[in-house]
Design a protein around this ligand. Structure first.
Ligand SMILES: *Cc1c(COP(=O)(O)O)cnc(C)c1O
Length: 389
């Protein structure tokens, strides 16, 4: 007789297959899983390099600037520097780390449209001279602190279907973008291009479609106003798998290449992307430990030694991580609580796991991006240690 699959079988089966696939090609991580002190994030440096190479392979005409904020561990940055990646930084702290690896400043850009003046100053003195802008104020600031720098303007594009939308905070409409570029020129800066961000974890190809199409219109209008643009920066947004499959790098790349062919009859002099999540997101596993269990009304609660304040902040925005536990037996539905006393500290609901015991290790997959960098020591609990293997 055929057995129908329950929601739990599907969810836990997916997590199990993902876990097994992840460790099967990563013997060093497999070995460390049961040894490391929890909580710890194990990062696969070879996997990160492979991701970079894969993106380059599928987008050979596009320069890659890794968005450091996704995971700024020095070993991660070193691995990427070794394979020739560029870097996108937003702060002096990030820039110092990148420069400490002897990365030439020409391989560094800064695409956060609103930057502290001291950072612009430090970047400029370090040899970084490419900055994003999306306001007249920012242009004035850069003109004052970093004269003759190259600037590219951030335009608003739809962020629908991205799990971590960014567009409401940054970006301007095409008309204002042109005015800002012209203003930059008047101020002695070099207006070089356009940037957009389709939203992080973008599983909606339509966002790229609108973004590239509208950029091409803006490009032409800039030309007719005497501005010769050189750079199209396509931001981040490449997704990774979480508790559902996502578009793959090659899917996004194939589609974006088509759009560029269609909308830019003369390709921009330099094409750029700034993936963060897409390079490191699925190259790390967070190893945690069960610290408690409780039945609350109808709900089964399991508590881990990490939480939304110690690395899993993105769960608050809706990211659902696959979780795996090495036990057999019937699956139950769990609410997964974090380690702190705060009631906001709930990692996930509707997670199917076999009955865990206190002390069991729970493996949280796809924990390589926006985890360690967000972690605090709220309530005195340690941040997960990042271990690069
Ligand atoms: C955060 C950020 C990125 C990286 O985004 P991902 O979705 O992680 O790829 C790229 N560019 C800018 C300007 C960003 O702020």
């Amino acid at each position: 007789m055929e057995r129908t699959l329950s929601a739990g079988d599907i969810q836990f089966g997916y997590a199990k297959r993902y876990f097994e696939e992840f460790i099967s090609s990563r013997p060093k991580i497999r070995e460390a899983l049961n040894k490391v002190e929890t909580p710890a994030i194990l990062m696969d440096l070879e996997g990160i390099k492979a991701r970079y190479v894969q993106i380059r392979y599928h987008l050979p005409e596009v320069n890659v600037y890794y968005a450091v904020k996704a995971n700024d561990h020095i070993d991660v940055l070193r691995a990427l520097a070794e394979v020739g990646s560029g870097f996108e930084v937003a702060s002096s702290g990030e820039l110092e780390k990148v420069l400490s690896l002897k990365v030439p400043p020409e391989r560094v850009i800064s695409s956060n449209p609103v930057k502290p003046e001291e950072f612009i100053d430090f970047a400029y003195r370090s040899g970084v001279n490419r900055f994003a802008v999306d306001s007249f104020t920012e242009v004035e600031k850069i003109a004052r602190v970093a004269p003759r720098s190259r600037v590219y303007v951030r335009v608003t594009v739809p962020n629908e279907g991205s799990d971590w939308p960014l567009s409401r905070k940054f970006g301007v409409d095409p008309e204002t973008a042109l005015d800002i570029l012209e203003f930059a020129k008047e101020k002695g800066l070099v207006p070089v291009g356009i940037t957009f961000h389709v939203g992080s974890q973008c599983n909606n190809l339509r966002n790229w479609f609108i973004a590239v199409r509208d950029s091409s219109y803006l490009w032409e209008r800039a030309r007719s106003r005497g501005l010769r643009l050189m750079v199209l920066n396509m931001g981040g947004g490449i997704p990774v798998r979480y508790l559902y499959e996502s578009l793959r790098v090659e899917d996004v790349a194939y589609y974006v290449k088509g759009l560029l062919r269609k909308y830019f009859s003369v390709p921009p002099y330099e094409l750029q992307i700034e993936p963060g999540r897409g390079i490191v997101g699925d190259q790390g596993v967070l190893v945690t430990r069960v610290i408690g269990k409780a039945k609350r009304g109808e709900e089964n609660w399991v508590y881990l030694d990490t939480g939304v304040f110690n690395g899993l902040a993105e769960t608050l925005g809706g990211i659902r991580y696959p979780m795996f536990l090495e036990r057999e037996g019937d699956l139950k539905e769990w609410v997964v609580g974090g380690v702190s006393c705060d009631s906001l500290d709930v990692i996930a609901r509707n997670i199917y796991l076999p009955e865990p015991e206190v002390g069991d290790r729970v493996y949280i997959l796809s924990a390589g991006a926006y985890t360690s960098v967000y972690a605090s020591e709220f309530n005195g609990f340690p941040k997960p240690k990042v271990i690069c293997l």
